[in-house]
Design a protein around this ligand. Structure first.
Ligand code: C2E
Ligand code: CA
Ligand code: CA
Length: 638
């Protein structure tokens, strides 16, 4: 309530401290003056100084009016009022002086002058004025006997009070100002410190983000984003300089096998070793990046001719294929490289990368461990790949697939001991398509399960027919994909298919690759055990290319090992392959397993195998895979 009165009814914000104090000071001084002058007016009336008394009363009225005006004015508009007060005080001082014949009973009016002067001219001037007024009044009182002392004292009181008020105001204001500045500097300091801290943290985060955005987490090499930027930049430069630029797209062959067999930690190590090998065999100017997985890319923008690129690619292939030793395990990694040239192959920087990728697929198709330059027909091939994936579903419905059969021979007795079912796609416009083209696609899309079941049913039906006709085709080998092994219903599907086709379980053998088993070893063991319990045989296909450890081999319910074709091709000349072949035969022997060699094409190969204890053979030397009717003719002759 008092606060409201003193501050003229305005409410002030925290930062309006100065304004608020001025209002309070102004208001209280007006009130003190009003009261003092009213009191003095009465005194004068009693002492018969009527005119002076009326003036004093008038002044009281004026101060009340001023207070009311102050309340009416907008916040901060006290200055005009201060002027009005100063002028009226001066007027009254002069007027009173004349009517009282120089008697200074006008002391209080000085007070009325000090206040507005303070508000207009500031503390210092007001204080000088107040003090000098007090001196002047004192001097007058000494020299002019007519002045009554009581009157003078009444004048002194408000003047003295105003000096006191002004002083208190100033001290408080200065204290407050100091407090404010201190708080302000403190705050500023803290803000500065915090800002600095924040900026440092932000800078660090920004750097880390920038690093992450442009680097591969595993190898620390530039990543896809950086590589794409680099390609854009270099191709723009090459547009001006007319220089050629090349991209080498490197993809490791069968890297999935390593991951599946040894786990991701070892897989990561292999990637790191490969990265540093590639780095070691390129020049400082070449830009190497990792696209993720087992894909690396190199941008080469300084080379003389295609020969340079060819030798770089061969060099990389040989660097990568040196054996990798991790935790006393030896691993062999090869790679396929696709090369595209700018601007020879394309003038679009996006296609530039894409074409290197396309060429890499070509290298894979060409049997891996080689490099291929991009050519326009490759894009058509890639397009065909997509087409194939969609039409494969229709092909299954339209029964466009056929099963060919390749006999397996005991070359001591020259008898057929079994027949492997190998699927082909009899495409209406493309003719017979090799499973090597479409099986990977079928695996990617999951269509492999339906396809394999179709092959299984067709093969079993065919086998039953042959047995019914009195032929002896031996066991039917069926290839199983990893996906099939993971199917929960697999064993029951096999059971019902045996029943449906009338096939005996003993007539059937499933071929599984090492990496397919290693993919999920415990699950595979369970499924294979259930299969063996039915009486079906199990063979490990492509043996020697995966990384199955002997301890696992002992646990697996396996009957047969199939030596992979890649070891057979160069025997007996290639001593390493010959040694591996012998080792596989020895393993099979010690584990009491049957062993068969696949891909036998020459007599020399056959003789070598026979000499070393492997008499089962599958290969073009005896028979190529053939349609059922041709096989029937072979079976008839036996
Ligand atoms: P695989 O199981 O290793 O089959 C042996 C492959 O070697 C067959 O190729 C066969 O034609 C070929 N081959 C046999 N003897 C010789 C030879 O003396 N010389 C040469 N150069 N090659 C020989 P194919 O029929 O092209 O099959 C390729 C692969 O496709 C198979 O390799 C198998 O992994 C897969 N595959 C074939 N049919 C099926 C199937 O019904 N289901 C599944 N899941 N995979 C299948
Ligand atoms: Ca096979
Ligand atoms: Ca094989």
């Amino acid at each position: 309530m008092l606060e409201n009165l003193l501050s003229s009814g305005f409410s002030f914000r925290e930062d309006e401290y100065e304004l608020k104090t001025k209002y309070i000071l102004f208001n209280s001084m007006l009130a003190i003056l009003g009261v003092t002058l009213g009191f003095m007016g009465t005194l004068r009336m009693l002492t018969h100084y009527y005119t002076q008394g009326i003036i004093d009363y008038g002044a009281t009225l004026l101060s009340i009016l001023f207070i009311l005006f102050l309340r009416k004015f907008g916040k901060g508009h006290y200055v005009p009022l201060a002027y009005a007060m100063a002028i009226s005080s001066v007027g009254v001082i002069v007027y009173s002086y004349y009517i009282s014949n120089g008697i200074l009973n006008i002391n209080a009016w000085f007070t009325a002058l000090v206040i507005p002067i303070f508000l207009i001219l500031g503390y210092r001037v007001a204080m000088y004025m107040a003090v000098s007024f007090m001196v002047v009044i004192a001097l007058f009182n000494i020299s002019l006997t007519e002045t009554d002392t009581l009157n003078t004292l009444y004048g002194y009181v408000p003047l003295f009070l105003s000096v006191l008020f002004l002083h208190i105001y100033e001290i408080r204001f200065q204290q407050f100002a100091k407090l404010l500045t201190d708080a302000n500097t403190n705050l500023e300091k803290k803000v500065k410190e915090k800002t600095l801290e924040r900026t440092e943290v932000l800078e660090k985060q920004k750097n880390a983000l920038r690093y992450q955005a442009h680097h591969d987490y595993l190898t620390g090499l530039p990543n896809r984003v950086w590589f794409q930027k680099k390609v854009k930049e270099i191709t723009a430069k090459s547009n001006i300089s007319r220089n050629s630029t090349a991209i080498l797209f490197i993809d490791l062959d069968n890297f999935k096998n390593i991951n599946d067999s040894f786990g991701h930690d070892i897989g990561d190590k292999v990637i790191n070793i490969t990265a540093s090998r590639i780095k070691g065999c390129i020049r400082g100017d070449d830009f190497l990046a990792r696209f993720g997985g087992d894909e690396f890319v190199i941008l080469i923008d300084k080379f003389e001719g295609k020969n340079d690129i060819e030798s770089a690619a061969s060099h990389i292939i040989s660097c990568i294929s040196a054996p990798i030793e991790i935790e006393r395990k030896s691993m062999f990694v090869s790679c396929s490289i696709g090369v595209s040239l700018y601007p020879d192959d394309t003038v679009s920087h996006q296609d530039f990368i894409k074409y290197a990728d396309t060429a890499m697929y070509k290298a894979k198709e060409r049997g891996r461990n080689n490099y291929q330059f991009y050519s326009t027909d490759m894009t058509e091939l890639a397009f065909e790949k997509i087409l194939m994936e969609t039409s494969m579903r229709f092909a299954l419905e339209k029964e466009e697939f056929v099963v060919h059969y390749q006999p397996q021979i005991d070359c001591i007795t020259e008898q057929i001991i079994g027949i492997e079912a190998l699927v082909r796609w009899d495409h209406e416009s493309m003719g017979l398509i090799s499973p090597q083209t479409f099986i990977p696609l079928a695996e990617e899309s999951g269509l492999i399960i339906a396809l394999d079941q179709w092959v299984m049913k067709t093969g079993m039906t065919q086998l039953k027919t042959w047995y019914d006709k009195g032929y002896n085709p031996g066991r039917l080998s069926l290839n199983l994909s990893a996906k099939q092994l993971q199917e929960k219903t697999f064993v029951s599907t096999v059971k019902s298919m045996l029943k449906e086709t009338g096939c005996e379980a003993e007539w059937i053998e499933f071929e599984v690759t090492e990496s397919n088993i290693m993919h999920n070893i415990q699950e595979a063991i369970n499924t294979l055990n259930a299969i063996r319990d039915l009486g079906i045989h199990v063979a490990i296909d492509d043996f020697g290319t995966g990384y199955s450890s002997l301890s696992y081999l002992k646990k697996l319910p396996v009957n047969k090992l199939k030596i992979d074709r890649s070891f057979i091709i160069d025997i007996p000349e290639n001593k390493e392959d010959a040694a591996i072949t012998n080792a596989i035969i020895a393993i099979a022997d010690s584990l009491n397993l049957t062993v068969i060699a696949e891909g036998v094409e020459t007599k020399r190969q056959k003789n070598y195998l026979l000499e070393n204890g492997c008499n089962y053979i599958q290969g073009y030397l005896y028979y190529r895979p053939m349609p059922a009717d041709q096989i029937e003719r072979v079976l008839q002759k036996i």
